[in-house]
Design a protein around this ligand. Structure first.
Ligand code: OXD
Ligand code: MN
Length: 587
């Protein structure tokens, strides 16, 4: 399929290493993908679902020990340890290559090597980057064909360039003890062994589009961020774009596909989805920050997705979708997960493959981190700009986390550097998207802690530098917290579609058409300026409660941040200054 010498040589070397029975280039054609689907069904790797109810949809179950990203076994293998920084595991590249090659050696014996040329971003867009993933898993091929643009057109766009990311995935024996997800940013290389779970093996996503790309972005003057991108269309038909970073499973996909409340709909407001997980952002010729979504599909968390929480996501999964680790309803050959509806199937198989009765069983039918891999083009609210490759101009950058207390519903940073500080102190209660304890507060700067491919201090410095380049064209930076709890542990803010009320305030701040109240941490809305029309069971007093900034709580927070900042070896002076300034404002 190509004469590109750098590609051919690398594939030849990898072939010698892993020793496949045969090599198959993925050309991106429907015929080839269909043949692979059939093959995967014949071996039991995938199950074809009800063609009437879920056309072109499949179910896959991973090994029970392989259901989430493994941050403890994810490494940045830069030459110098300090370049991986305090937030990453580091391994010496020479040692890592040797260890990985020893694990991978001969592991494709009896298997096919699939060669997947893929583009992150529309093929040929100036934002886009190309990768080649080698895998011995049809499941990976079929997921990559949804999540990225694959095939011949990508190889043609690459030509004889050496500017592409190498990715080797080997299932091996799915042995947890030998599972490694390793990144070699200085070599544009990713190697993943002993896993078959999406986040560890769809190398275009977290591994390339965030870890490797963040490093490329630092060196090339752009940004790869763990952000959704959405457009808010007002009744005049103008669309303003927002990008937003939240830690895993904080409702990013829901926000990206938000359905406006009735009152807003009636007035003509619409929300358009550009991306739900990753944004690549560059300074455009007009000096503003422009963003694309480098992905071509959504790898969303299934549990909790329903007709109320996210009807657009649910609609997106109705065809051409691969479900992973959800329950299988045997009565009509469809799928089910906790939070889909109140009617779990009785005659079903759980995510582990055991017979399951959803009415009587006390174990879960779907794994809490079960997923759907769905084509973006299925999404009823996909933006016209999604596939264009020119990107969208970003008016506001929003950070957020899951905080029961302290952090108000929304506040605006004082300026860009203060916004970088706000992003750097992001903290959230953990969820099931990664292995480890759930419900523990952890710092997750810009939601990039697990995804920054280099020293986090240098990453902050890169943000500050981008702000200097953007000058007065820089997007305004905000922080939101949808998750404040009352004394009984209930969420106070209704969330979901009603989050548009907060986005509206954010966009008004960007336009300079609404005032705000200055507090020690930044600007918070005057309660009257958030539209509560049509909200039931939520009063302006409730709103005032969750907008309140309590200086005693923030003094404690500042002490905690002081300790947290000590963990960074290359913290930019600007952020130290921001912390001191916050402390003095709190006095
Ligand atoms: C994801 C994650 O899968 O952030 O998107 O964990
Ligand atoms: Mn994510």
């Amino acid at each position: 399929m190509t004469k590109n010498q750098s590609v051919l040589t690398w594939i030849e070397n990898m072939k010698d290493l892993v020793n496949p029975d045969q090599v198959l280039w993925i050309d991106g054609s429907e015929e080839q993908l269909e043949a692979l689907r059939k093959e995967a069904c014949s071996t039991g790797e995938m199950i074809k679902l009800n063609e009437e109810k879920l056309p072109g949809c499949y179910l896959h179950r991973t090994a029970v020990n392989d259901v989430a990203r493994v941050e403890g076994r994810t490494y940045i293998c830069s030459k110098k340890e300090v370049d991986a920084g305090p937030t990453n595991n580091w391994m010496d590249p020479e040692k890592a290559y040797k260890m990985l090659y020893d694990i991978a050696r001969g592991s494709y014996k009896g298997r096919t090597m699939y060669v997947i040329p893929y583009s992150m971003g529309p093929v040929g867009s100036p934002f886009s980057k190309i990768g080649i993933e080698l895998t011995d898993s049809i499941y990976v091929v079929l997921n990559m064909a949804i999540m990225t643009r694959v095939g011949k057109a990508v190889v043609e766009a690459l030509g004889d360039s050496n500017d592409w990311v190498r990715g080797l995935h080997c299932k091996c024996e799915i042995n947890e003890e030998k599972r490694y997800i390793c990144h070699f940013p200085e070599d544009n290389t990713i190697i993943s062994v002993n896993s078959g779970y999406g986040g560890n093996v769809l190398l275009g996503k977290k591994c390339f589009a965030l870890r490797i790309a963040s490093f490329l972005g630092k060196n090339e003057g752009w940004m790869a961020e763990h952000m959704l991108i959405l457009g808010v269309e007002n009744p005049q038909g103008e669309i303003k774009y927002i990008s937003a970073a939240f830690p895993s499973a904080c409702g990013k996909t829901n926000l990206a596909m938000l359905i406006p409340p009735e009152g807003y709909k009636a007035k003509g407001y619409k929300v358009w989805t550009v991306g739900d997980d990753i944004a690549w952002m560059r300074i455009g010729p007009d000096g503003r920050l422009w963003a694309i979504n480098p992905e071509n599909g959504f790898f969303g968390v299934a549990p909790g997705t329903n007709n109320k929480s996210n009807p657009n996501a649910l609609a997106t999964t109705k065809s051409g979708t691969i479900f992973t680790n959800v329950a299988h309803n045997l009565d009509d050959n469809t799928v089910w997960w906790e939070g889909l509806d109140k009617n779990p199937p009785e005659n079903a198989v759980d995510w582990k493959g055991n017979p399951w009765n959803g009415k009587t069983s006390d174990v879960k039918g779907a794994h809490p981190n079960s997923r759907f891999t769905a084509p973006a083009k299925n999404c009823p609210c996909i933006s016209d700009e999604f596939d264009k490759g020119t990107g969208v101009p970003i008016s506001a950058i929003v950070f957020g986390g899951r905080r029961a207390q302290t952090t108000p519903l929304v506040y605006q940073s004082r300026d860009w550097n203060n916004g970088v500080f706000v992003g750097s102190i992001m903290a959230s209660e953990t969820t099931a998207a990664a292995t480890g304890a759930v419900g523990v507060l952890r710092h997750d700067p810009m939601a990039m802690k697990p995804f920054c491919g280099y020293n986090m201090g240098d990453y902050f410095a890169h943000w500050i530098e981008m702000g200097q380049k953007l000058g007065d064209k820089a997007p305004k930076i905000f922080n939101v917290n949808w998750f404040r709890l009352d004394d009984e542990g209930h969420f106070i803010w209704p969330g979901f579609g009603d989050n548009l009320r907060v986005l509206e305030w954010i966009l008004k701040r960007c336009e300079g058409t609404v005032d705000a109240k200055e507090t020690a941490i930044g600007y918070v809305p005057n309660a009257e300026d958030i539209n509560l029309e049509g909200l039931e069971d939520f009063t302006i007093e409730d709103l005032k409660g969750i907008l309140e900034v309590k200086n005693d709580e923030w003094t404690k927070e500042a002490d905690e941040i002081t300790e947290y900042f000590k963990t960074f070896d290359r913290l930019p002076q600007e952020l130290k200054d921001q912390l001191e300034a916050l402390k003095s404002r709190l006095q």
